[in-house]
Design a protein. Structure first.
Length: 219
């Protein structure tokens, strides 16, 4: 049995991996004490594939690319890989105290970083808003596509960042009925992540893109 490998940030990660988020805890309670299935789970079922989903909330694209590299030995002919790039502004820095990478992004807590001022972080974040940073992502995609072609693996890229992914990606989901947690709960939980219906819609849209990609390859 082949595997669906999904890489990304909180838009791909299991709710459980970000269970320390107060809004996600509230959402679990709202859903009767159990998280609904997310799009990677739903899509793996539709494709009849096992699921490998190491996505982690708050990840930068550096974290996502490294996660893919760390999982390369698991890739097999006939697998499917979906990479959900995060926002280009995010990056990571090393904490000298524990020698670990720490996620950095707009409104992220940087108190765990040594010898890095808030002003330095703000300047880097401002610089990373420039569209030129997308060229870095495109170079990674070339390498990933080359690898997947050699292994006969289907690969799909997407992102909610309009500079990286399809410009109307989020609009297409909303137009198709996708709801955020905030909308689903009628404002009781103010969270912008997709809720149960939103994940169903995204699953169907990604399945459509995969089929479209396959048809192009067959022409």
């Amino acid at each position: 049995m082949n595997t669906l490998h999904t890489f990304g940030c909180s838009y791909t990660a299991f709710y459980e991996t970000s269970s320390n988020r107060p809004d996600f805890i509230k959402y679990k309670e709202y859903k009767g004490g159990k998280y609904p299935k997310i799009w990677p789970e739903l899509l793996s079922e539709k494709l009849n594939l096992r699921l490998n989903n190491p996505a982690d909330g708050g990840s930068s694209n550096y974290d996502i690319f490294q996660s893919l590299c760390d999982n390369v030995d698991k890739f097999q002919k006939g697998d499917v890989i979906i990479v959900g790039w995060s926002y280009k502004e995010r990056f990571r820095l090393v904490s000298y105290s524990d020698k670990m990478f720490r996620k950095v992004g707009p409104n992220f807590d940087i108190g765990h970083l040594d010898n890095i001022t808030a002003n330095t972080v703000e300047e880097i974040l401002f610089n990373r808003c420039h569209k030129t940073w997308v060229e870095e992502i495109r170079s990674w995609e070339k390498v990933i596509k080359k690898l997947c072609a050699s292994l006969e693996i289907q690969v799909l890229f997407w992102s909610f960042d309009p500079d990286i992914g399809e410009k109307n990606f989020k609009y297409r989901l909303v137009k198709s009925g996708a709801e955020t947690i905030a909308i689903e709960t009628k404002g009781k939980i103010n969270d912008h992540h997709l809720g149960e219906q939103g994940h169903r819609v995204q699953c169907n849209h990604l399945l459509y893109l995969l089929n479209k990609l396959t048809n192009k390859e067959l022409i």
